[in-house]
Design a protein around this ligand. Structure first.
Ligand code: COA
Ligand code: AMP
Length: 617
């Protein structure tokens, strides 16, 4: 099937299209209904871990590498075959079962990029339990909020993470989070790493290796296709993160389909998503999709630069025979900055690499051209978000590679009916920018709801344009149907491919005793894409040096949100630009910071306030 035909069929006959795709999944009970009541495959039953591991072993893939752990930060490598990974996962599931974890229970996983993190996710899936992985770069209060919302029976963690320049002891962060949280998990199971062993609290904490030793392997628990597989918290526009829910059935069908159709992968080939299991890219394309498809996945504990040099990505790709590499543009920019001529790539044999896929933030044309010229392979920008779990727009090389256009993630992927809407909800003509929306229903694999918050789900995504899902991004479609995504139209920013909420940062800053009011916006950064920048008005009488305030606010954001926010700039101003009704003009501030032409809104309270922002920048 060519691309146009596949796309048309997916939109005109979604049930036929996804019903066919569902045949590639092993079901305990075949779904009789493809779509009904807003849910995919409502009467199907399956187990996601069985589809990722057991069935490949049963089909003779047991000796093939399932996961290659490559860790320059510890100087180690380990390969798990499908049979070996299955054994590890089944015993870990047995360990969790012994701790009382069963179908529908939640488990929080706060871990670095070690194989046990992947094993833990699959072990939860095996039991029908619901995992919620929290990224290691978040601080204790962020972990506490997630623990309180997910209410885990067990927390799985490790003694430390390893960043290029320092060890990050995770256990004290977990202890602090549990001190802050109201919820009490039954147990915390801690993976002791030799680089920094942690002290365990008797009764509550258990040593991972010791507890696992006594565990019997557990089998797969059959679950409903609509049962949740995981919750992944992501930044919304306020300080309270959104718990994106992923179901089992739609997720397995969509991810398996995407491996071949979007990425052009065949079973047995090596796929590497250089991300982190704490983000959606890690969930979908380090863990689930490659394994569902019988591929080999690479788990890389390192950075694009500094572990030890900007040749690290090329070394890993060559050494493990990677066919498709997926990372964020910021990683390529980091490599380019340290090795502009790309000399490091020349020392690795990259002849097996077919495609470089990039996502997580806008792909700037410079980075696109640099990577393409260096590698001599197609560089494919694709656009998606935590909520969808897999690409909304991409060049589906497994169906038909379309011509590439720099600055565009190509066209909507089959299943996604993308429309550009104006403020009244009317469709924008080609070339005109508007809100990027997706006509309902969303395809399988996308979020059915927010965890324990149906109301917020409807209000955040469905209420703005009835009948459509609001992506939160702005953009346009050109005359050839190519989508151009121009950036968020809400208070979400992307820092080094990490999604963060400026609203959450404002809440932290507002708690500073000398701050009267504040606004945080994302400003362009040549390496990280965007960086947060705060504008603060001090309380009357607060006679403070601006550098001191900036230092204190930087420390507060690091302690309350985490180092990943990369918050370092806070400018003291006399007033913030506002409308007469008191709304801060963040969008206009963003335009000024980006050097774009801006319009002074007629509702502005004091036009001089805008000039002040321009002056301090
Ligand atoms: N645990 C603990 N701390 C972490 C962490 C983790 N898992 N991940 C990041 N951090 C810390 C870093 O140590 C750093 O701390 P510092 O302020 O003390 O230096 C801070 O969070 C910011 O980290 P990072 O965003 O990684 O920035 P960096 O300046 O260290 O490196 C890049 C810049 C571009 C190399 C890096 O951001 C990168 O590799 N980005 C790719 C992003 C990606 O894969 N995104 C997923 C979407 S595909
Ligand atoms: P996350 O949920 O962390 O994956 O972040 C999703 C957001 O990242 C999207 O809503 C976009 O704003 C941005 N994003 C992801 N991929 C792209 C891309 N290819 N081009 C432009 N923006 C992107």
């Amino acid at each position: 099937m060519r691309f146009d035909e596949a796309y048309r069929q997916s939109i005109d006959e979604p049930e036929r299209f996804w019903g066919q795709a569902a045949r590639a999944v092993d079901w305990d009970a075949e779904p009789g209904t493809v779509w009904s009541g807003g849910r995919w495959f409502p009467d199907g039953r399956l187990n996601t871990c069985h589809n990722a591991l057991d069935r490949h072993v049963a089909a003779g893939r047991g000796g093939q590498a399932a996961l290659i752990y490559d860790s320059p930060v510890t100087g180690s490598q380990r390969t798990y075959t499908y049979a070996g990974l299955l054994d590890e996962v089944a015993r870990t599931a047995g360990m969790l079962r012994d701790l009382g974890v069963g179908h529908g229970d939640t488990v929080v996983i706060y871990m670095p990029m070690v194989p046990e993190a992947v094993v833990a996710m699959l072990a939860c899936a095996r039991l029908g339990a619901v995992h919620s992985v929290v990224f290691g770069g978040f601080a204790a209060p962020e972990l506490a909020v997630r623990i309180d919302h997910a209410r885990p029976k067990v927390v799985l963690s490790a003694s430390c993470g390893i960043e290029p320049a320092r060890l990050v002891p995770y256990k004290p962060l977990l202890d602090e989070a549990l001190r802050l949280a109201g919820h009490r998990p039954g147990h915390c199971v801690i993976l002791q790493r030799p680089q920094c062993p942690a002290e365990l609290e008797p009764g509550r904490d258990l040593d991972w290796a010791g507890t696992l030793r006594g565990a019997e392997p557990a089998g797969c628990v059959s679950v409903r296709a609509t049962d949740p597989l995981y919750i992944l918290y992501t930044s919304g526009t306020t300080g309270v993160p959104k718990g994106v829910v992923r179901d089992n059935g739609g997720h397995a069908v969509a991810l398996l389909w995407s491996m071949e159709a979007v990425y052009g992968m065949a079973p047995g080939e090596v796929f590497w998503a250089a991300s982190d299991v704490g983000w959606v890219v890690g969930h979908s394309y380090i863990v689930y999709a490659p394994l569902l498809a019988g591929c080999t996945t690479v788990l890389y504990e390192g950075k694009p630069v500094g572990t030890p040099d900007p040749g690290a990505f090329w070394r890993v790709a060559a050494e493990h025979g990677v066919r498709v590499l997926f990372t964020a543009p910021t990683a390529i920019r980091a490599i380019k900055k340290e090795d502009p001529a790309g000399a490091q790539a020349a020392t690795s044999d990259l002849s097996g690499l077919r495609h470089l896929f990039l996502a997580g933030e806008r792909l700037d044309p410079d980075t696109y051209h640099w990577a393409g010229d260096l590698l001599g392979i197609p560089v494919i920008d694709h656009w998606w978000q935590t909520e969808t779990g897999w690409p909304i727009a991409a060049n589906c090389v497994g169906i038909e590679q379309l011509p590439l256009k720099p600055g565009s993630p190509t066209r909507p992927v089959p299943g996604y009916d993308v429309r550009i809407l104006d403020s009244e909800g009317a469709e924008c003509p080609p070339g005109t920018e508007g809100a990027v929306a997706i006509r309902l229903p969303l395809p399988p694999g996308c979020l059915p709801t927010l965890y324990r918050d149906e109301e917020r789900f409807a209000e955040s995504y469905l209420s703005r344009y009835p009948g459509y899902y609001l992506t939160g991004d702005g953009g346009y479609v050109d005359a050839d149907g190519y989508l151009f995504v121009m950036g968020r139209i809400d208070d979400v920013i992307n820092v080094a491919g990490h999604r963060l909420s400026t609203g959450a940062m404002e809440e932290v800053i507002a708690a500073h005793p000398d701050v009267a009011e504040c606004a945080v916006i994302g400003v362009d950064d040549p390496l990280k894409g965007q960086l947060p920048m705060g504008f603060v008005v001090l309380k009357a009488g607060a006679d403070r040096a601006p550098e001191e305030v900036e230092r204190e606010l930087t420390a507060m954001i690091r302690e309350r949100i985490g180092p990943v926010a990369a918050f370092r700039r806070a400018l003291v101003v006399g007033r913030l630009p506002k409308t007469r009704s008191g709304k801060i003009l963040r969008a206009t501030m963003r335009d000024i910071a980006a050097g774009r032409d801006y319009r002074t809104p007629s509702t502005i309270e004091d036009p001089a306030a805008l000039q002040e922002i321009a002056d301090v920048l």
